[in-house]
Design a binder for this molecule. Structure first.
Ligand code: GLC
Length: 773
């Protein structure tokens, strides 16, 4: 794998499902976790356990290990791994097709053809010569794998650019960079070092569990290989197999965890803007606007302005008639929930309780000389909680009680890369790694992860609800505690375009509950951009319009007509789809498959789907092809195999072809796969916390089968079986509704099945069964 060949095969020892190969200079371990997941590990001095993976994932698995000619061969029912004397590690599927093989040649460093003199010149005008901050040739170790001519690479979390990452390079180092995020950005707020590949159409995944700064070159340096390199840490990666890309995602989320079932209202529309919460009146005006213009909405986000001088866990009462709690509760009575922001930076102010208690307990990160480390964020000089320490997480979880006592409905956590205004936090600042001392160098990329974990734990303890946390920074596995948004995008067309591959790759990286700032955060939006954005984003699980202070307002009514009516039309459509999205989340919590998917995830056998950046799917059967360019009223849509029904006029199309769709400003091209049933929520202003008495299912095609999930939408009782599972089967006019699992007391009293010809079949609940009305 790393050094050049030694001729003799190493000895090995087997303990359970771990085999340790004794190479002369180090030991290499392979651990079989399941038939489709094998861990490759080489200790390089880094103690401490994984932040991404909780608990043991090892399942009892049959495998064999044999010497065959010049190499060892480890076989599970799904994967074959060959390891030779030169430490080359090659992975094949069960038919012997290569999936992940070590590159045998020497890397050819990319020569940008510039000398120091000219580099100075280029930099004088403000250009940068290398986009990457992790020098790819100075890696502490490097893992170089062969790239086939026909190989596409996906995943990597929130990275900018296109769906297929091939040909680009990326860094894993969480940053808050205010420049417009374009495809040459190597890093953003999250580090999720998982990649998925299709090598000659065969799926695999690789997850590198290392929190240190690391780098992916996805065939940019050379189209014959891709590589991963890190500045420190162990070699610790997982090879993920599976018969389909979906299986690979299921295996990855088996390892790092899945998004837990959310509260149902969190799928509703959310309105936000930096600045609203400086005054109660401004927030109330927004809520009144939503009502006046008949716009369904479930939450308002309170940005940093609600606090007292940006002190976290405080509320400026003066701007809330002395009683913010009453206001939060008034809003709740108006159907609007409050989600306030919390940043990690704690203002340096000895009079301020959170700071004082952090100092007293030694809960902030320090310089090597033991002094509390100070940098600037919104409140000015601030200290940074040491979230790697379990006691600090506990303290932070408890601090959230200030907010839950105010009866907020979720917490939005930000600036947790951590961002700092006076230069980056130096690598040597002392951070905890659980109960050991460590440094920023190791703990940086899991700072947001540990803050999310603490916030989740606090909300879980203090509220009898499924916690709703939104974070900006994340590491692999953060999906277990928090939803995410993609940070500070801009009101520019390239960013509505970027949204699709970015959310799809996040989905394939385990993050199913995702969204962008609709309309764009920085710079001024336009009526056309806002309109196309709400259309394109209407199926993004987190549906929030958010903008920066000082930019043009972008509430749905800000541009008058026709923007307002179109915006309303799509918000109403979203609320009809909420039961479908909720069903997808119920499935996701079991199989890890995202809600918003690139076409390739559902059709990985179809080469045409592998590079599509401007269409996506919602679950298995809904295809969305938004307009993401200005002044366009038509577009080409690729439909994969099967028959597809235009949602707006029921026209049928054969799949495996490109069609030209008309899409005037008010139209989002939307297709339902023939023979699909969709649950259809009723028109509401807010998601109700009371159980629905009725539901409708819409049938597309002539025969279909659907499983529908129902519970109280708020708490954890579903884990004790308090949910209902329905099966709806349709064959022509024959409609059969079964209540397959009845654990949640309020089963629907009436179910309407809407057939394609407009005929409605009604079923009434009677004693555990549904019968014709
Ligand atoms: C950061 C966040 C943004 C927020 C702002 C003020 O830029 O990404 O969403 O509005 O800080 O808190």
């Amino acid at each position: 794998m790393l050094e050049m060949s030694k001729t003799k095969l190493p000895n090995y020892e087997q303990h359970g499902q771990t085999i340790t190969f004794d190479y002369s200079n180090h030991q290499l371990q392979l651990t079989v976790l399941t038939p489709e997941i094998v861990r490759v590990f080489e200790y390089r001095g880094n103690d401490g356990s994984s932040y991404a993976i909780e608990g043991s994932k090892e399942q009892k698995t049959d495998f064999t290990i044999k010497q065959i000619d010049d190499h060892y061969e480890l076989r599970t029912s799904a994967l074959t791994i060959k390891l030779d004397a030169g430490q080359h590690l090659d992975v094949y599927d069960q038919k012997g097709n290569p999936l992940v093989t070590d590159y045998r040649g020497k890397r050819q460093l990319l020569n940008k053809g510039i000398d120091k003199v000219h580099e100075r010149l280029v930099k004088a005008e403000g250009h940068s010569v290398s986009e990457s901050t992790v020098k790819s040739d100075s890696g502490y170790y490097q893992i170089v794998k062969s790239l086939a001519a026909d190989e596409q690479l996906y995943g990597l979390g929130d990275k900018t650019g296109y769906l297929n990452k091939r040909g680009y390079e990326y860094d894993n180092w969480n940053v808050d960079n205010p420049n417009p995020q374009l495809e040459n950005f190597t890093k953003l707020y999250k580090s999720i070092p998982v990649m998925l590949g299709l090598k000659n159409g065969r799926p695999y995944g690789l997850f590198f569990d290392n929190t240190y700064k690391s780098h992916f070159d996805m065939g940019k340096e050379n189209s014959n290989y891709y590589f991963y390199t890190a500045v420190d840490g162990n070699i610790d990666y997982y090879v993920l197999g599976g018969r389909s890309l979906k299986d690979v995602v299921t295996n990855y989320t088996y390892l790092t965890g899945r998004v837990p079932l959310p509260q149902k209202w969190t799928l509703g529309y959310q309105q936000s803007r930096w600045g609203y919460s400086a005054s109660q009146k401004e927030v109330q005006d927004i809520v009144d606007g939503l009502k006046k213009y008949d716009l369904p909405c479930d939450a308002i986000h309170f940005d940093v302005d609600y606090m007292r001088g940006y002190r976290v866990f405080t509320w400026n009462k003066d701007n809330y008639n002395g009683n913010p709690k009453k206001f939060v509760s008034d809003l709740k009575n108006q159907g609007i929930k409050v989600v306030p922001i919390i940043d990690p930076g704690v203002k340096k102010d000895p009079e301020y309780q959170t700071y004082a208690s952090g100092i007293k307990n030694g809960y902030f990160v320090t310089s090597p000389d033991g002094k509390v480390y100070i940098n600037k964020v919104w409140p000015g000089d601030s200290a940074f909680p040491d979230f790697g320490n379990p006691k600090v997480r506990q303290w932070w979880a408890n601090n959230n009680k200030f907010l839950t006592d105010m009866e907020v409905s979720g917490v939005w956590i930000d600036m947790n890369e951590p961002a700092s205004f006076e230069g980056q936090i130096p690598d040597n600042i002392i951070f905890s790694d659980e109960n050991k001392k460590s440094t920023h160098k190791k703990m940086h990329n899991v700072y947001g992860h540990n803050m999310a974990r603490a916030t989740y734990a606090g909300l879980k303890k203090q509220q009898d609800k499924r916690p709703f946390v939104i974070t900006r920074a994340a590491y692999a596995g953060t999906q277990k505690y928090s939803t995410i948004w993609t940070g500070d995008n801009r009101s520019i067309w390239p960013h509505i375009q970027m949204m699709i591959p970015q959310l799809c790759n996040l989905g394939m990286s385990g993050f199913s509950f995702v969204g962008t700032d609709i309309g764009g955060f920085a710079s001024d939006t336009t009526s056309e951009l806002l309109t196309r954005w709400i259309e394109a984003a209407i199926f993004s699980p987190l549906l929030r319009n958010h903008s920066a202070m000082g930019t043009r307002h972008q509430e749905p009514w800000s541009f008058g007509e026709p923007t307002l009516s179109i915006y309303r039309k799509y918000l109403k459509l979203r609320y009809h789809f909420i039961p479908y999205l909720y069903d997808l989340f119920a499935q996701e919590s079991k199989n890890g498959l995202p809600i918003m998917r690139p076409l390739v995830l559902n059709y990985d056998n179809d080469p045409r789907t592998r590079e599509i950046n401007d269409e996506f799917m919602v679950g298995d059967n809904v295809l969305v092809a938004p307009i993401v360019e200005p002044s366009q009223a038509k577009r080409l849509v690729y439909l994969p195999e099967g028959q597809w029904i235009d949602f707006w006029n029921n026209r049928e199309y054969e799949g495996q072809q490109d069609i030209v769709m008309d899409a005037p400003l008010d139209k989002l091209p939307l297709f339902i796969k023939k023979n699909t049933i969709l649950p259809w929520g009723k028109s509401v202003d807010h998601v109700s916390e009371k159980a629905d008495q009725e539901i409708t299912f819409k049938v597309f095609g002539d025969h279909a089968d659907y499983q529908h999930y129902q519970d109280d939408g708020t708490d954890f009782n579903y884990q004790d079986g308090e949910f209902n599972q329905y099966r709806i089967a349709v064959d022509g006019d024959n409609v059969n509704v079964q209540l397959k699992h009845h654990g949640f007391k309020s089963a629907y009293e009436k179910i309407t099945v809407e057939l394609p010809d407009g005929k409605n079949i009604f079923k009434l609940y009677n004693n555990g069964k549904y019968q014709d009305q």
